[in-house]
Design a protein around this ligand. Structure first.
Ligand code: FE2
Length: 427
């Protein structure tokens, strides 16, 4: 595929440049663009077009929405955005009428109707028919069990009008998938699905004008919005009996591990497993959702940032969540199928499970190798599993990781005395 050089972006595999390699500022003929300096070099060389290989790297971006800076309050409360345009759906794969993505979309569409009707009734002060949601939760369980990746992808697309409903369905799907990979009992998985669907029901008790307000909320408005967990809990407590976990998640999904969340400021040891899981799923969906006028973070970028927020989440649980969705954060250490260690350096919007990685260590040979970048596709060298940097390299890992990520791994690292063999080699 040929694109204009100005449209080039990190993660693309450059197969050729206009004018041939005589015009190229690079000594390599084919390579992955991984550094901003490489992009700049390409543009400064006056090359009009480049040829990229979509099987080995990411493609051109859809027209990007302006980037709105996101802060933690925005994330937690999902501030409403200006008037929507239809979201840019990723092109449907033409694989017949029953592709995984189409099946997942059908489940989301059907769930949306029921969830919206119920939420609208609550806003009008009518009694809640929570029983209608049980089959919806069961259908999402079935869909996640069958097409987890498709389901998690489809629920990332949201218009402003449907944001709260689809966010609820997305959190349900994430919680179900998380619970299944943690091998929780079936009835707990279903109950967590219902908890995801109802976790933000308290927002129906918040004035719509405030929910729909574009831009940042003022502190008094934020204070009103922050009552939604308690309002939701009161609404649910007044209705027919529900599993305890549904009430727990509704009340505690904005609590933080370090006690700086709300409404009660509980700390990690006071929060149930379900509450800690829901806070991870809630934030992950909020920051990766594709919405008009708000550019989402890619899944790997989002996970990388969530990992960097100290005190927000149960970090062990966050690592299990990352493992459960099979997406590796930028900066994360991974083992490739070829038994080499690599670091994720650029996410891949087209397929977040196949990011661009920098390979730097040969496990069987127990030695560093000249760092080089590749897209970890099934055809090239897929990711086998996540690894723990400290376990392999001990206290050196932090410095080493920065050197690898910034592309300045010292040549001296290419030789490692046997006395300092990485710990992971022995495992
Ligand atoms: Fe919430």
């Amino acid at each position: 595929m040929t694109i204009k050089t100005e449209d080039a972006r990190l993660g693309m595999f450059v197969h050729g440049v206009a004018g041939g390699w005589i015009a190229s500022p690079f000594w390599r003929r084919h390579f992955v663009l991984t550094k901003p300096s490489e992009l700049a070099k390409l543009r400064e060389a006056g090359i009009a077009e480049i040829e990229i290989d979509l099987s080995k790297g990411i493609g051109p971006a859809a027209a990007p929405a302006p980037l709105v800076p996101i802060d933690l309050d925005d994330i937690a409360e999902d501030i409403a955005l200006p008037d929507p345009e239809p979201p840019q759906q990723s092109p449907r794969r033409r694989r017949g009428p029953a592709s995984a993505e189409q099946r997942a979309q059908a489940v989301v569409d059907a769930s949306k109707v029921v969830v919206k009707a119920m939420f609208d009734e609550v806003r009008l002060g009518k009694a809640m028919n929570v029983n209608a949601l049980t089959p919806v939760a069961d259908q999402i369980v079935e869909s996640v069990t069958r097409d987890a990746v498709a389901m998690l992808n489809v629920t990332r697309l949201k218009t402003k009008d449907e944001y709260t409903y689809v966010h609820s369905i997305a959190v349900a799907a994430l919680l179900i998938h998380f619970a299944q990979t943690m091998k929780l009992p079936e009835e707990e998985v279903s109950a967590l699905g219902l908890a995801g669907l109802l976790h933000d029901i308290g927002k129906m008790a918040v004035p719509k004008a405030l929910l729909d307000k574009p831009g940042k909320l003022e502190p008094p408005e934020m204070a009103v919005l922050r009552h939604h967990p308690e309002k939701g809990h009161a609404l649910l407590s007044a209705g027919p009996p529900l599993p305890e976990v549904v009430l727990d998640v509704c009340l505690h999904h904005h609590e933080r591990y370090d006690g700086r969340g709300y409404p009660k400021g509980l700390t990690g040891d006071q929060l149930s497993l379900a509450a800690r899981m829901s806070s991870i799923c809630d934030v992950y969906d909020a920051i990766t959702s594709q919405r008009p006028y708000k550019r989402p973070w890619s899944p790997s970028e989002a996970l990388s940032r969530m990992r960097s927020w100290s005190g927000h989440f149960d970090t062990e649980l966050l690592d299990r969540f990352i493992e459960s969705i099979g997406i590796h954060p930028v900066g994360g250490l991974v083992r490739l199928q070829s038994s080499r260690l690599a670091m994720v350096i650029v996410g891949n919007d087209r397929d977040p499970t196949q990011p661009c990685v920098r390979v730097f260590y040969d496990i069987p040979a127990q030695r560093f190798i000249a760092p080089h970048d590749l897209i970890a596709t099934i055809a090239v060298d897929p990711i086998h599993r996540a690894e723990c940097g400290q376990r392999w390299f001990g206290e050196r890992w932090e410095t080493l990781a920065a050197e690898i990520l910034e592309g300045r791994l010292s040549p001296a690292e290419s030789f490692m005395p046997s006395s300092s063999t990485p710990k992971g080699v022995l495992s």
